[in-house]
Design a protein around this ligand. Structure first.
Ligand code: AMP
Ligand code: MG
Length: 348
């Protein structure tokens, strides 16, 4: 299949949006930018179209998709019950990086919800995404536009790397702003529960609706219960090389990583370090990448996946990363980093 690349880095191309809308209405696949990561879109109400997403990504069929909408009133078309707290959260954070889970209406096929009776819904904060959703019929199922298991794409080039030739169109909106996937909150239970941390953190949610809890499975590798968002149980966001996170006081972390780098070099390997702007000059040997500045947390989330992809390309043999438990985005960043490392964390 020839994948059309539609350049919208410098603004909306109306003709291409119309064409993308036709593709979606006809059951095809269009990748598009959002403020979080690139999504792979299909008509969420068309079972065959939704199934195509799973095939293109190699995604397990029990891993549900998020339905993207562009108008608040459309929520009521697909959600059977919308509690008042969800309306308050939508008013506060939509359009934005917040996904909410509701009991689904019958019009949403099981192919879209991974067999579940609930549906995940989000309104993205991105002009091209919103235009595309409207052009495509209003209900666009869109997981991240990567091959299953790889880091989520934060540029159109990442999407092309994984899905070029397998999908109908990629809309190029340049690099994304946030860089990690949306916060997922389950609104179908008595006390709203965070199933996946993201830019909208627990404190921000509490500021609007009061009590919000987190899925306990988020914080341990071997919880008795599996995570409540099916996708969170899969090996995810993962680079090809083995990765280790080193946490602790800054000086100890630097000392430890420098020692591990030397050991890997002596074995003939090519080690890489994921550092910050503040610490990058303290490392010697191997490849040193700064993922961003601790003073500007979003620069870390924004670049994290691109760094993991780059290290894959450079065929490094080991990755040693600092921990980034920064105040507002720390949970979201560390959740992805710990998964990328297969839960290998060393405390020094
Ligand atoms: P992605 O868009 O690739 O980030 O994947 C969507 C994420 O949303 C996955 O982790 C899914 O498990 C989660 N998700 C989607 N729908 C539901 C649902 N109805 N219940 C729980 N988790 C969901
Ligand atoms: Mg994903």
């Amino acid at each position: 299949m020839n994948t059309i690349m539609a350049d919208m880095k410098n603004g909306i191309d109306r003709e291409m949006i119309a064409r993308a809308g036709e593709i979606l209405r006809a059951g095809g696949l269009v990748a598009f930018p959002t403020e979080t990561v690139y999504g792979l879109g299909a008509n969420a109400l068309d079972e065959d179209a939704a199934s195509k997403i799973y095939r293109a990504k190699g995604r397990p069929s029990d891993n549900p998709l998020i339905v993207h909408i562009a108008r608040m009133e459309d929520l009521y078309e697909i959600a059977a019950q919308v509690p008042e707290q969800a309306v308050q959260l939508a008013q506060a954070f939509w359009p934005g990086p917040l996904t909410m889970i509701f009991p689904k209406k019958p019009c949403v096929p099981k192919a879209t919800t991974g067999g579940l009776e609930t549906v995940a819904v989000r309104m993205p904060d991105h002009t091209a995404a919103l235009e595309l959703i409207r052009a495509g019929g209003g209900f666009i199922a869109a997981p991240s536009a990567n091959t299953s298991g790889r880091p989520s794409p934060t540029t159109a080039a990442h999407v092309a790397e994984d899905l070029g030739g397998k999908i109908d169109m990629i809309i190029d909106g340049g690099s994304v702003g946030i860089g990690v996937e949306s916060t997922i909150v389950d609104m179908s239970v008595p006390v709203p529960m965070i199933l996946r941390p993201g830019y909208i953190n627990q404190e921000m949610l509490r500021g609007v609706i009061g009590e919000v809890v987190s899925d306990p499975a988020l914080f341990t590798a071997d919880a008795k219960e599996p995570p409540k968002a099916p996708g969170m149980k899969y090996r995810h966001y993962a680079p090809k090389a083995q990765m280790l996170i080193v946490e602790g006081a800054q000086d100890s972390v630097i000392l430890c990583i420098n020692r591990l780098v030397q050991e890997e070099l002596q074995k003939g390997g090519l080690p890489a370090v994921i550092a910050s702007e503040e610490t990058k000059s303290s490392y010697e040997g191997g490849i040193v990448c700064s993922v961003g500045s601790r003073e500007e947390e979003i620069s870390i989330s924004r670049h994290l996946y691109a760094v993991l992809r780059e290290l894959d390309e450079r065929k490094v043999t080991k990755i040693f990363s600092e921990a980034f438990d920064t105040p507002a985005l720390g949970q979201a960043i560390m959740n992805r980093l710990i998964k990328a490392a297969g839960h290998q964390v060393l405390s020094v």
